[in-house]
Design a protein around this ligand. Sequence first.
Ligand code: CFM
Ligand code: HCA
Length: 530
Amino acid sequence: MKEKDNLLEKYSSRVFKNRKTHITQLGDDANTIAANTRAIPGILTARGCCYAGCKGVVVGPIKDAVTITHGPIGCAFYSWGTRRNKAKPSYEGEQNFMPYSFCTDMRPTDIVFGGEKKLEQGIDEIMEMFHPKCIFICSTCPIGLIGDDVQAVARRVEKKYGITAVGFSCEGYKGVSQSAGHHIANNGLMRQIIGSGDTKPTGKYSVNILGEYNIGGDGWEQERILKKIGYEVVSVFTGDGSHATIKNAHLADLNLVMCHRSINYVAQMMKTKYGIDWLKVNFIGIGATCKSLRMLAEYFDDPALTKRTEEVIAEELEAVSGDIEYYKSMLKGKTAGIFVGGSRSHHYQALLRDFGVETVIAGYEFAHRDDYEGRDVIPSIKPDADSKNIEEITVSPDEELFRERYTAEQVEQLKEKGVELDTYDGMFPDMKKGYIAVDDYNVFETDELIKTMKPDIFFSGIKDKYAIQKAGVVSRQMHSYDYSGPYAGFNGAVMFGHDVAMSIYTNAWALITPPWKRVPFIEGTVGGEE
Ligand code: CFM
Ligand code: HCA
């Protein structure tokens, strides 16, 4: 199709061959896309590294555990707070290490002579000063190269102090993106944390929220709504989450999965080991939140719970509908592009639709094919050398604790009723024909898409935000929310509507002439070929 062809035509034949499989213009039939493969060197991808996925994303936000970066100080500094995963003690005296950054600060001599001793000394200091009950050690690139054994250090620390210590070999270069780090983090949590507690929930219906990192307070808005209905939230993975609660996660009734990409391994392993179902939810967007709450009530199938769910939905809608209508009147008919990591590009399409905004271009930095096409494609994904490098752990049913609420047949019946149980359909079914999906998008493609698809607003990250704005298009950071938020749930939707309307209607845009209106543009080809 025209727009896709325009995007590819300037590439050299080698780059063309690769990138054409990562760009899909949606048609009527089963749409497919290549994903989770190596980025082309030098193409200016937006991706990050494996350490970022493990330390920055999954384990770092666990507030009562100390996460120590074993590596150079820069890796620790740039993964400290920038993601805006909020946390606060939930009772007096609860430990919260989020305001701190811990690092071994590896220097050239440590690289030459080894850093294990320095790591152990650092942990001795941490134990003396902070007395955490859990320590996570996250490796950066040099650690794997010099062969420091962080797992052995973790075992020694556990013995010496009687605490839980987990070593993560999440060197930055492992895998092809942050996604490898998610998987490594999931494995560590499953092996050493989940199942190590024995405090049972006391509420009638209890859930864990998986893949919710409390960016800008999103998780707090979700917990507010769930608790108002009467659910007990046992643990959150991992925004404002704690080692003290995650160790009891296996005793909850159901797992709710927000970000499928970063946590689906835990969801799937908990299903196998403990029989706990997982429900794919989306609390981003008014319609999506109502749908998720209704699926949840349907899962537990209790008339009192269903009644309470409807009461809360009605009350919440009543409170926000005036504001939503107001922002909708300002935003209706606009178009958007969304390029984020591995989940939000789908979730935020629902919220934008609440305001009458269509997402005409969308894509991910590091999602896998199942995040685009749905989990049904998983058996057909061939593992390559990079994915084989990441350990797959196998779990089996726990002899004492395995319990299933529903038989496989009942799960199928619930699925037929629209309850998205133990599965995820991905982003494509929610995109319309003609819209463009791009996997592992880069700077050049961003520029081109802005020219051809002309979105009114482009949501992405810090690396591209200012270049986009200099091109005359509003850009909002979909990772950090430009220091705003929450955007989840009912109250978050109002905040989002406010921020988007504010950005689009600011007078600054009237003062900017986009470069393509002032030609000439740089001419030439990309990739060194004529
Ligand atoms: Fe999941 Fe995330 Fe995302 Fe992600 Fe991320 Fe993030 Fe993201 Mo930035 S866990 S995949 S690795 S929803 S940090 S909170 S915003 S890229 S779309
Ligand atoms: C990461 C974290 C990040 C980066 C955001 C951005 C985040 O991938 O390491 O590039 O703007 O959300 O903070 O995704």
